[in-house]
Design a protein around this ligand. Structure first.
Ligand code: PEP
Ligand code: MN
Length: 345
């Protein structure tokens, strides 16, 4: 850690800062230049808090040398992490193709969509049973009945499943059904939820909060990792900007950015990022070209009747066409997509 003092510190100020550092059990190294005075602090930076140092009178800036996230960082784990979930590999050149409706609405609708996306080459089935809706009067999801339907569909069509958990009190229930937890954008910093999910050994798909930086996202991943759950998949789903012709703004630069900082896989969700079926294919292709580890897309067989996010759903045939393109791109990029048993694409 490096401490920069305000210009022209008095000898008393310098002495006080040095004493505070020593009192905290660290060794200070003073460097006095013509215009600035800086103090290097040697010791285990993990044990040093920035804020108490920042509060010392005469201190202008405290600059940590290490990243605040450890387990999520490339320093901790140089190789890209690869997770295998029921035969589907994610990360390190293997793409997760997650598809399904926004919400689980009924067995017949989910089974119809599941079969179509699987045949198109999707390898993970999604569907929400607990929905984080902006309005309390909108469809809130089928709850446990929905989880049962999703699990049955996953078994029927040979796909691992992913579903959202919104509250720490739901973790015990959802873990009994799902193969992957989804933590939604609105809950990315629900730290109690992150800790509960971290205590399980079920992988987590962690969506970026609508105004979260890459550092915020990695700090949230760290919460899960720190509890011992080492299978965290990051997801870019767009952030809030001034642009209002799309639902959110897809920040594709986070793909190489997060990959440089972290070993965790990162997937792209162009459905929630754009909110527009006419834009989803181009953004999905761009995600693969940017080097992401998977694409998450909402598909519905009858979007006009969907109970949630119908306007952004792709029709099954549109998804199938896109998957053909994504497979070609993946090949050019030297990446593989694990398809489900019995599927020929
Ligand atoms: C969803 O996946 O349906 C969802 C609510 O996503 P997000 O948390 O990214 O808005
Ligand atoms: Mn949705």
């Amino acid at each position: 850690m490096i401490i920069v003092l305000k210009p022209h510190p008095t000898p008393q100020v310098i002495q006080h800062v040095l004493e505070r550092i020593e009192a905290l059990g660290f060794t200070p190294h003073l460097s006095q230049g013509v215009s600035r005075t800086i103090i290097g602090v040697i010791g285990d930076e993990d044990k040093l808090q920035v804020e108490p140092l920042q509060a010392i009178p005469g201190v202008e800036q405290v600059v940590p040398i290490l990243k605040p996230y450890k387990l999520a960082s490339r320093e901790f784990h140089a190789e890209e992490s690869v997770f295998e979930i029921k035969g589907v590999r994610i990360g390190g050149g293997h793409l997760a193709m997650i598809a399904g409706p926004c919400a689980i609405e009924s067995e017949s609708i989910l089974f119809e969509i599941a079969e179509k996306v699987r045949d198109a080459g999707a390898n993970i089935l999604r569907g929400g049973a607990f929905k984080p809706r902006t309005s309390p009067y909108s469809f809130q999801g089928l709850g446990e009945d929905g989880l049962k339907i999703l699990k049955a569909a996953g078994e029927q069509f040979g796909m691992p499943i992913v579903t959202e958990v919104m509250d720490p009190r739901q973790v015990d229930l959802v873990v009994r059904y799902t193969d992957i937890f989804q933590i939604g954008a609105r809950n990315m910093q629900n730290f109690d939820l992150l800790k509960e999910v971290g205590k399980t050994r079920t992988p987590a798909l962690l969506k970026r909060g609508m105004s979260a930086t890459v550092k915020d996202l990695l700090m949230s991943a760290e919460y899960i990792l720190a509890q011992g759950n080492r299978q965290v998949i990051l997801c870019e789903r767009g952030v809030r900007t001034f642009e209002d012709s799309t639902r959110n703004t897809l920040d594709l630069s986070i793909v190489p950015n997060a990959k440089g900082l972290s070993h965790l896989p990162i997937i792209v969700d162009p459905s929630h990022a754009t909110g527009r079926p006419d834009l989803i294919p181009a953004m999905a292709r761009a995600g693969v070209a940017a080097g992401c580890d998977g694409i998450h897309i909402e598909v519905h067989s009858c979007p006009e009747k969907a109970l949630s996010d119908g306007p952004q759903a792709l029709l099954p045939h549109q998804y199938a066409k896109l998957m053909t393109e994504l497979r070609q791109l993946a090949e050019v990029m030297g990446r593989t997509i694990d398809v489900r048993e019995g599927v020929t694409v």
